[in-house]
Design a protein around this ligand. Sequence first.
Ligand code: FES
Length: 140
Amino acid sequence: MYTEKVMEHFRNPRNVGEIKDADGIGMVGNAKCGDIMKIYMKINNGIIDDVKFQTFGCGSAIASSSMATELIKGKSVDEAVELTNKAVVEALGGLPKVKVHCSVLAEQAVKSALYDYAQKNNLVVKGLEDFNPDEDVHEH
Ligand code: FES
């Protein structure tokens, strides 16, 4: 049911933890399953120097957050905004259909942290103009 990559990131998730003086923090939850994901980012000159996550949720959510943080670490804010849940699923070698929403949570958590960073620094980030951090996570 799960790919080797999903199992590997679930058993040995990358970038777990908290960044005390984070420049952007995003927290999202899925109303249906009750799982919660929090992402912290350290951003310098528009580059994500460090990113960490805490996920209280299912295995796919943990694997998705682990992969999402790996995909955006060292990237620019503009590049990270473009991270889609599809890219996370692809990098994991696929997720079962009923677990795709877990990857959506990861995409939303990343966007939410970037939104927080933009708000705190009075920045307009392309791609986040219509982002609503309080919107319920839905599949797309
Ligand atoms: Fe809710 Fe996976 S079942 S995030």
